[in-house]
Design a protein around this ligand. Structure first.
Ligand code: R7I
Ligand code: MG
Ligand code: MG
Length: 310
């Protein structure tokens, strides 16, 4: 049986990676701005859209015991705040939904096939917590949750491979086992090529120079330039501290909040919540994130839980 600590570690890892990565994201202007808005009045680190949308997914799933796209789109829209650093087209879509428009009429307006960015992948770990078996129900759930804001096939496939890695990490699979599963799930040439490069870096090299990771895997805001990078870090640092994983992602630069959010949630799914307590305590709303993780867990493992001795 999967341990509850892994559920907590997955969700808290996402929030830790996001809120510790946010100060390093973007250009000079964004970094300066975050210095002013990056802390709560109580001095906790604020999280960005990555964690907020993950919270929305968990809360909406728990309310419906499944994914209801209309409910989730409204929940995303209600939670929108510009200070959480949403991408420009996601922000526009969410403001549209808030004013009564249908998400289906908005998600392909700016880009014909939908956004290619990593806004679907950054929240995909939570879909894995709601569908922890890597099967067709997981794939369907990823499609439903992602297409509301990110209809492009590469955005959805990026979300799917992140969710698959989380499912396998929750089961303590080795890096080799995880790659075998990824290779059988992954369909497009673009991700197959990235995964092959990632495999080389993970299995056949000493820890590579950070510039090599940037060149081969990427550090950008598109799903293609960030999902495999996060997988690399989550797996490469699985036996190291979360702090060292994060420090290396911050050195890499680029979309640091999102790459760190995805990588740290993989790390937390492998290692559980122990080893991130000090970091998690510094993040706003972490008690609510814990509460949601627990509810997601017991929505699956209630029966098994009742069989366990107290
Ligand atoms: O994916 P999204 O919600 O968030 C992207 C990043 C994440 O790392 C968050 O943490 C946040 O920091 O931002 O963002 P979107 O709004 O879907 O996309 C952001 C921008 O990417 C758009 O406004 C476009 O400028 C660009 N973009 C594209 N450009 C060309 N072609 C997105 N999709 C396309 C495209 O298909
Ligand atoms: Mg963000
Ligand atoms: Mg980001």
């Amino acid at each position: 049986m999967i341990k509850i600590s892994k559920y907590r570690g997955c969700f808290k890892g996402l929030a830790v990676g996001d809120s510790f990565g946010a100060p390093y994201e973007g250009g000079l202007l964004e970094r300066q701005l975050w210095k002013f808005i990056g802390k709560t009045k109580q001095g906790k680190r604020r999280y960005t859209d990555d964690t907020q949308m993950s919270i929305d997914i968990a809360a909406s799933f728990l309310e419906y015991e499944s994914y209801n796209q209309e409910h989730l789109a409204k929940r995303f829209a209600q939670s929108y705040q510009w200070t959480r650093g949403y991408g420009a087209s996601a922000a526009k879509l969410l403001k549209g939904v808030r004013s009564g428009k249908r998400w289906q009429d908005l998600n392909r307006i700016k880009f014909k096939q939908g956004s290619v960015d990593n806004g679907a992948a950054m929240r995909a770990p939570i879909i894995a917590l709601s569908h922890p078996r890597n099967d067709t129900t997981l794939k369907k759930a990823v499609q439903l949750v992602s297409e509301i804001t990110h209809a492009h096939p590469t955005a959805i496939e990026g979300a799917y491979i992140i969710a698959v890695v989380i499912c396998e990490a929750l089961r303590d699979r080795s890096n080799k086992e995880i790659f075998n599963v990824l290779e059988s799930c992954c369909q497009s040439d673009i991700y197959r090529t990235k995964l092959a490069k990632c495999k080389t870096l993970l299995f056949f090299h000493q820890v590579p120079h950070i510039q090599c990771i940037k060149k081969d895997l990427g550090n950008g805001v598109t799903a293609v330039e960030s999902c495999v990078t996060a997988i690399y870090f989550g797996l490469q640092y699985r036996n190291s501290s979360l702090t060292s994983l994060l420090a290396n992602i911050f050195t890499l630069g680029g979309d640091t909040d999102t790459i760190a959010a995805m990588a740290a949630s993989i790390w937390g799914s492998l290692n559980g919540e122990g080893g991130m307590t000090n970091l998690a305590q510094q993040v706003e709303n972490i008690e609510y994130i814990d509460e949601l993780s627990e509810k997601l867990y017991y929505s699956h493992y209630q029966y098994d839980h009742m069989l366990q001795p107290a």
